[in-house]
Design a protein around this ligand. Structure first.
Ligand SMILES: N[C@@H](CCC(=O)N[C@@H](CS)C(=O)NCC(=O)O)C(=O)O
Length: 293
């Protein structure tokens, strides 16, 4: 039973990130095949999606039964129904109700932040002074995050106990706060840092960096600063050398592309597998199993 998730450019498309996390973060990647579209502008999405009508926005999931879900929360809810044991929502009613309320508020609100501070996975910016309306939205964001933690009372980095749809849908917001330097108050800083360190989010970013489809259209104009997440292991593609491994850690196919990682040579079955690993080796469990051997 395979579903198809259609997403946008991983460097910029925030709702696509949320939906993809609802798949990858809950171990559902074997059931959902991902297709990436690269519209030249946000207005250009619909023109690329005529095969998926009536969907015209990203993300869209087409289920194995043919249901067309062109909305990130609908995708999350359907995945939660299809895979009830995957833990997309918390099991306990108090945590689940709180997670649902927060996720839906994220989905229906925070329009100022969404419009003024575009998400960017390949660069961050010198801290930006929030406008009055954005400052009010930031206060609201911090209030509901604090509320969720207080009522569910669990000692995890996430909002309602274990990572849930509520965290997946706030991941782009956490990146925004990091992008524009608003991750300063202690609880917010810790939550943003947890997202930036999360291996699933790091895999998404690594694939965006590997695809390298940068576009000025989606960029905020302002002075940049280094990426605020964990520094990846040093790695680079190389043309010559002998790989330690004969088979690609992902596909098991013969090695054709090489990278030097931690002063050792590893091989992969295509350029994308190599480049996504080079972008952040520690994000990839199959590679790290090989690396630690
Ligand atoms: N409510 C939708 C919003 C999706 C959305 O607005 N996606 C943007 C890209 S992030 C898009 O496809 N825009 C093109 C358009 O609206 O024509 C969801 O949650 O998935």
């Amino acid at each position: 039973m395979t579903h198809q998730l259609i997403i946008g450019n991983r460097l910029y498309f925030s709702w696509s990130l949320a939906a993809w996390l609802m798949v990858d973060r809950f171990g559902l990647s074997d059931y959902v095949k991902t297709t990436v579209l690269y519209p030249a502008t946000e207005d250009g999405v619909g023109a690329l999606m005529t095969d998926y009508a009536p969907a015209r926005t990203l993300p869209t999931m087409i289920t194995s039964d043919g249901a067309i879900l062109s909305d990130s929360m609908a995708i999350g809810e359907e995945l939660a129904s299809l895979y009830p044991n995957a833990g997309l929502w918390p099991a306990a009613p108090l945590a689940r109700g709180t997670a649902r309320a927060l996720a839906n508020e994220m989905h229906s609100s925070f329009r100022g932040l969404r419009a003024e501070w575009p998400v960017n996975l390949h660069r961050s910016y010198a801290p930006v002074q929030p406008s009055e309306s954005i400052a009010a939205e930031l206060d609201r964001l911090e209030a509901i995050w604090a509320h969720a933690r207080a009522v569910t009372g669990q000692d995890t980095p996430w909002l309602c106990g274990d990572y849930s749809i509520a965290d997946a849908i706030f991941a782009p917001m956490a990146i925004r706060l990091a992008n524009y330097g608003f991750d300063t108050r202690p609880a917010t800083k810790a939550y943003v840092a947890a997202h930036l360190a999360d291996p699933a989010l790091r895999r998404w970013r690594a694939m965006g960096l590997a695809a390298n489809q940068t576009s000025k259209v989606f960029e905020y104009q302002g002075p940049t600063r280094p990426w605020p997440g964990p520094t990846p292991l040093a790695a680079e593609p190389v043309d010559t050398g002998t790989a330690e491994n004969a088979a690609c850690p992902y596909s098991g196919d013969p090695v054709t592309h090489l990278a030097e990682i931690g002063q050792r040579i590893f091989g992969f079955c295509n350029a994308f597998c190599r480049d996504k690993t080079v972008a952040d080796p520690a994000a990839w469990p199959a590679f790290m199993t090989l690396y630690r051997r």
